[in-house]
Design a protein around this ligand. Structure first.
Ligand SMILES: Nc1ncnc2c1ncn2[C@@H]1O[C@H](COP(=O)(O)OP(=O)(O)O)[C@@H](O)[C@H]1O
Ligand SMILES: [Mg+2]
Length: 258
């Protein structure tokens, strides 16, 4: 038995009197996808924020490949292999696709961007980086790879999401956290984005994913296992089939009396 890639126990985040995450226990194995669902305000984004070092936990532990996550800075957590996308688009829309994606490769380095651009082997390094950016973009959409120096704001919503996901993936994460990737997209765009992700997963079988998503069709399609949060607590863990039958989950979504 090998240890899970991610192991959290008793993870708790409080904001004053509000407990946003309440004693969460969760384990994620390499190569698996967890579908994380729950009503608005149930603590899903807070979980991602604490795992990536943006928030400090009030209590509990989290380990990535048996190494304590909370001993690390956000940069070191990134280097250790945790990457994410945000619920709201975080692209710099007036900057090029290349700048947006390359940021994912450079942000975890201790050198600032300025230092990198002063280095002697500037040319070769930039050429290599352009190739990396081009090849990851091509895996999602060749049209993005063919327009690397166009501003990101020229692209449609689905391509902007793809660019954000490329920015997260270019650092070769072991664990990718996706916060509502389908937000603002049509069902058809969502289906295509999930096709892309499933294709990517086939070629990167060790990559683990935690996907926060409201679209139950998406959850059913991509999740190996589902976790439901309500008021910061885990109220369900199991298969999608069991989730849709679960009384506590129905009550959390529909209110009592159903
Ligand atoms: N930085 C913060 N300061 C205070 N309260 C917060 C903060 N971030 C989240 N919360 C609160 O924590 C709860 C969980 O929020 P969040 O994790 O964003 O939920 P979800 O992503 O599931 O919709 C909410 O009540 C929210 O208002
Ligand atoms: Mg959220």
């Amino acid at each position: 038995m090998t240890a899970p890639l991610l192991a959290c126990s008793g993870l708790t985040v409080r904001f004053g009197g509000l407990t946003a995450l309440d004693g969460l226990d969760i384990a994620v194995d390499r190569g698996t996808t967890i579908g994380l669902v729950g009503p608005n305000g149930s603590g899903k984004t807070t979980f991602f924020n604490v795992l990536t070092g943006l928030y400090r936990p009030s209590a509990g532990k989290a380990a990535l490949a048996e190494a304590d996550i909370f001993a690390k800075s956000p940069q070191a957590i990134g280097r250790a292999g945790v990457a994410r996308t945000f619920q709201r688009c975080r692209l710099m829309l007036d900057q090029s696709v290349f700048d947006n994606i390359a940021l994912g490769a450079l942000r975890h380095q201790d050198l600032g961007l300025a230092a990198i651009f002063r280095r002697r082997r500037l040319r070769a390094e930039i050429d290599a980086l352009v190739e990396r950016v081009r090849s990851i973009a091509a895996r999602f959409n060749p049209a993005i790879a063919a327009a690397l120096f166009e501003p990101a704001g020229r692209f449609t919503m689905i391509d902007r999401r793809r660019i954000e996901i490329c920015r997260a993936l270019i650092a070769n994460p072991r664990l990718l956290l996706l916060d509502e990737p389908s937000a603002g997209m049509t069902p058809e765009e969502t289906r295509r984005l999930m096709d892309d992700l499933l294709d990517f997963r086939r070629e990167s079988p060790d990559l683990a994913l935690i996907l926060v998503e409201h679209e139950m069709d998406v959850i059913r399609r991509v999740s190996d296992r589902c976790v439901v949060l309500n008021f910061g607590r885990k109220i369900f863990e199991g298969s999608f089939e069991a989730l849709i039958e679960d009384r506590d989950v129905q009550t959390a979504y529909l209110g009592s009396g159903h």
